[in-house]
Design a protein around this ligand. Structure first.
Ligand code: AMP
Ligand code: ZN
Length: 468
């Protein structure tokens, strides 16, 4: 399996630290509002990466944090006149609802920054003891010059950055030894949440939380660290500096970054006012459509959100779901149970689609090509099955389709959804039973349909039905 590693800027063969295990950390959102569809891209992409590892038999320990202490959360709390805690709890709950809609598996652990302050104070102290950090008036800074490999992830020319980059000089931080030094701990301001520390009553900087939570839940060394490409510098660069200086070993073997989601070919951002929340999209589409749309491009390519592409994803998804439904319908009516020799040969031909799917996923998770292999299987299943097919053959095709779509996180087997053609068939059967005065059978059919949420009404024009 090959993964493009931001660290080496090449596709590298994946070799786990421990056989059959993957330790993976994905930087999660800052929770001060509903998540937007840009935030949804890393969630969907890295959930799919996780699912593929699981499909290959790996045991994946997947950790993704919620940043629940931050300037934006504090600002929102002040605006609403409520506590920061109330804001973050509210939007974590909303985020989890959106994640469920997008069929994103809950992480093995979703740590909260505010519950890990003790570990952060400990790591900061260690960095001070080792000479990698220093305190000035209650603020603790990381001493970037001391970490010789600083810049290895973002491949930046640090001397140019140091001399030229004005934006690195944040006001109030002129006491720093170097423009690239960053905050590990800062004193509280009036009205802000704070914790006690040896340096001041205050709160941690953003970068330290991921170093600490990753170490606590995954260990000092992990296989994959991931997030959006905007996190490469400074966030991930700083995480490396902190973790490697504190632990004395390489932090993460592979660094994966998704490209940005644009809207109408412009960068989606709050300041341009062109962002859309996942919740808004859910009013118009099943979030499965959003998921499929995100996977229609390679994760390292910029992706443009547009109504046309969403419609294309909707109809593509329908094609897959319809094929699954049709197989289920045929299964329910199959006359023969076991696969014939011809069917065995026919099923064996679908191995090629599975290989195509895996080949695409193993090439740095090319979900667009993997989806194309799923469409090949769909087309094959549609044209190589009929009323004469055996149940075993249909089920084998169905299971194969479900197995592949499950890697993409697409739900095609909705148990509760009874198909129209199946309903019509049962209604006909019920009428035949009534005609034959088999009222017990007729009632049983009506009850069976009712259980599936279908209400029958006998009228002069015949039987009418509706969904409850
Ligand atoms: P934030 O809440 O801003 O820290 O972002 C949470 C995650 O969403 C990070 O991994 C970001 O890189 C990612 N992200 C934010 N905006 C976009 C976007 N427009 N496209 C893709 N990823 C994004
Ligand atoms: Zn992070």
């Amino acid at each position: 399996m090959k993964i493009f590693n931001t660290l080496s800027r090449t596709k590298q063969e994946f070799i786990p630290l421990e056989e059959n295990k993957v330790r993976m950390y994905v930087c999660g959102p800052t929770v001060y509002n509903f998540i937007h569809i840009g935030n949804a891209r890393p969630m969907i992409v890295f959930d799919t990466v996780r699912r593929y590892f699981e499909y290959k038999g790996y045991d994946v320990n997947f950790v993704s944090n919620f940043t629940d202490v931050d300037d934006k959360i504090i600002k929102k709390a002040l605006e609403e006149g409520v506590s920061s805690d109330e804001i973050s709890k509210r939007y974590i709950a909303e985020c989890k609802k959106d994640m469920e809609g997008m069929n994103i598996k809950p992480a093995t652990k979703h740590p909260l920054a505010t519950e890990e302050i003790g570990g952060m104070v400990e790591m900061i102290q260690k960095l001070i003891d080792k000479g990698f950090a220093y305190e000035k008036n209650g603020t603790v800074y990381y001493r970037t010059r001391k970490f010789e490999e600083y810049g290895k992830l973002s491949h930046k020319n640090l001397d140019d950055l140091r001399s030229g980059e004005r934006s690195l000089l944040v006001t109030g931080e002129d006491e720093k030894e170097d423009a690239l030094d960053f905050v590990l701990w800062k004193p509280k301001k009036e009205g802000e949440p704070y914790w006690e520390s040896p340096w001041s009553d205050g709160r941690p900087g953003w970068h330290i939380e991921c170093s600490v939570m990753s170490k606590k839940y995954l260990g000092e060394q992990i296989d994959i660290h991931a997030g959006g490409e905007d996190l490469v510098f400074p966030h991930h660069e700083n995480e490396i500096a902190q973790s490697e200086a504190a632990n004395g070993k390489e932090f993460s073997k592979y660094w994966m970054h998704n490209a940005f989601l644009n809207i109408d070919n412009r960068k989606m951002s709050k300041s341009l006012g062109n962002f859309r929340t996942v919740r808004e999209i859910s009013e118009q589409y099943d979030l499965q459509v959003l998921r499929f749309f995100m996977l229609s491009a390679h994760y390292r390519s910029p992706l443009n959100f547009s109504a046309d592409l969403m419609e294309a994803s909707k109809s593509g998804l329908e094609r897959i779901v319809n094929a699954a439904d049709h197989l289920k319908f045929l299964m329910g009516n199959a006359k023969n149970e076991t696969m014939t020799e011809t069917e065995k040969d026919s099923f064996a031909k679908t191995d090629a689609f599975v290989h195509g799917f895996e080949h695409a996923m193993e090439d740095d998770f090319n979900t667009a090509d993997a989806a194309a292999a799923v469409f090949d299987l769909v087309k094959y299943a549609n044209t190589n099955t009929d009323e004469e097919s055996s149940e075993e053959y249909l089920k084998a095709l169905f299971d194969r389709l479900v197995k592949l779509t499950d890697v993409l996180g697409l739900i095609v087997d909705k148990e509760e959804d009874i198909l129209e053609e199946e309903i019509e068939k049962l209604i006909k059967e019920r009428q035949a039973a009534r005609k034959a005065k088999d009222f017990a059978r007729a009632d049983a059919i009506r009850d069976e349909l009712l259980e599936k949420g279908i209400i029958l009404k006998d009228t002069r024009e015949g039987v009418q039905w509706k969904r409850a």
